[in-house]
Design a protein around this ligand. Structure first.
Ligand code: PNW
Length: 428
């Protein structure tokens, strides 16, 4: 069965930041640091989904969706990131999973969508190799409770964006600006993924995925400099994550003057390259890259021009999704597992969101073209069900199919929600 879903993330929708024994996450800390988030917004309340989940599940059921990708807050389950389990936290996800199953919506949890327990950040966060093993323990705790009803698991969300924004540039939690010295955060996340796959298999998990944010990389020109820079960027953004997972090898970084991967130990790549049942792909837009870059990075973002843009200023390029999917098939061949589009969507203002309808319609058509070219795509999840806390942008970017009034918490389905419901009804 093809999965048609929406996607959300714990810190972006749940709120209840300090309720029922939840421990603090790096996002609780970061969003309260002055100057970090636009207008000082925080996820303390967000969409109050922690209390309003029955209404949100009803909205999904009413739309005719058959899957829901949500994330589990690690510090809600393990307040200190390891050891003691918070029963109330696990109970919350247990109730949610029950309600979804009752409506015929396949619960598709992501175990980590960036809200690391602050206690683990205090030990170095993803720069600390030990965190990988703690993640596997946490995965086992959650799977032990939910794997009788959950068939599809996603270990991590976008380790690339978490590394770059959180550890490379410091615009997301934990706010470190280490540039290429952030690379250990990539490796330790990948190692955590591999160890978690082993733990999930141990409790009989049926289908295990990881979600990567991927982008087609367009060189700004045919000059040798731009072509080399584009290749360097593709290596960092796409191949750094997909190669070890699918080919059990890191791409060669030496050509780009990038750091040595001296934190990789013997045996790590075997752990990372556990067989996967699917690769989750989050697609938003292509990236155009020029050379020669700066001292700290061997490329520059030249900006994609000549396309319409969303309220976020992101270019709308549906063909980029087809290009990306076909390029994955070309690069990885039979090593590419079935693909699930685990996020695709756009930020626009307003409830009469015809631009979002056009966006979704165009991208679903692009996915179909990739399927016709032989890419095995088995799911499509819209980011997002609800307008929510868009990280450094606070509540300013609205990605939802459903509008949220953040004063009253009133939910109002947008035109795109009604469009999707009719689209799904026609699919049968
Ligand atoms: C994803 N970029 O993040 C995340 O998985 C979501 O939590 C987020 O709300 C959504 O996309 C929309 O931003 C991204 O700059 C953040 O390329 C930034 C980028 C891409 C994805």
């Amino acid at each position: 069965m093809f999965l048609w879903g929406t996607a959300t993330a714990s810190y972006q929708i749940e709120g209840a930041a300090h309720e029922d024994g939840k421990g603090p996450s790096i996002w609780d800390a970061f969003s309260h640091e002055p100057g970090r988030i636009r207008d000082g917004h925080t996820g303390d309340v967000a969409c109050d989904h922690y209390h309003r989940w029955p209404e949100d599940v009803a909205l999904m059921a009413e739309a005719g969706l058959n899957a829901y990708r949500f994330s589990i807050s690690w510090p809600r389950v393990q307040p200190s990131g390891r050891g003691a389990v918070n029963a109330a936290g696990l109970d919350f996800y247990d109730r949610l999973v029950d309600a979804l199953c009752e409506k015929g919506i396949a619960p598709t949890p992501t175990l980590f969508h960036w809200d690391l327990p602050q206690a683990l950040e205090d030990e170095g966060g993803w720069l600390n190799r030990d965190v990988s093993a703690y993640f596997a323990d946490y995965a086992a705790v959650v799977a032990d409770r939910l794997s009788d009803r959950v068939t599809t698991w996603i270990t991590l969300n976008e380790p690339f964006i978490h590394m770059v924004f959180g550890y490379g540039l410091g615009i997301h939690a934990p706010g470190k600006a280490l540039f290429l010295d952030a690379l250990p955060a990539a490796h330790h996340q990948l190692l955590a993924h591999g160890l978690a796959v082993q733990a999930l298999r141990g409790v009989g998990a049926e289908r295990v995925l990881i979600t990567n944010n991927c982008t087609p990389v367009w060189p700004a020109s045919d000059s040798t400099e731009d072509l080399a820079a584009a290749e360097a960027y593709d290596t960092l953004h796409n191949r750094l994550f997909n190669d070890p997972l699918l080919l059990s090898a890191y791409p060669d970084f030496s050509a780009y003057g990038m750091a040595e991967l001296d934190f990789v130990r013997t045996g790590d790549l075997e752990i990372i390259a556990q067989p996967l049942d699917g690769l989750g792909i989050n697609y938003y837009n292509p990236t155009r890259i020029a050379g020669p870059g700066s001292d700290s990075l061997p490329f520059t973002d030249a900006g994609v021009t000549g396309y319409p843009t969303t309220a976020f200023g992101w270019p709308v390029v549906p063909d980029g999704l087809c290009e990306l999917l076909v390029s994955l098939k070309t690069r990885y061949g039979t090593a590419l597992p079935p693909v699930y589009i685990t996020e695709n969507g756009c930020s626009y203002e307003g409830v009469d969101d015809r631009a979002r309808i056009e966006y979704l319609d165009g991208h679903i058509a692009a996915m179909r073209r990739a399927q016709a070219e032989g890419v095995d795509v088995r799911g499509y999840f819209v980011w997002s069900l609800l307008d929510n806390f868009e990280w450094a942008e606070g509540y300013h970017q609205r990605f939802g199919l459903v509008h949220v009034d953040f004063d009253t918490q009133e939910r109002t389905p947008k035109a795109s929600y009604h469009w999707l419901r009719e689209f799904l009804a026609k699919q049968g």
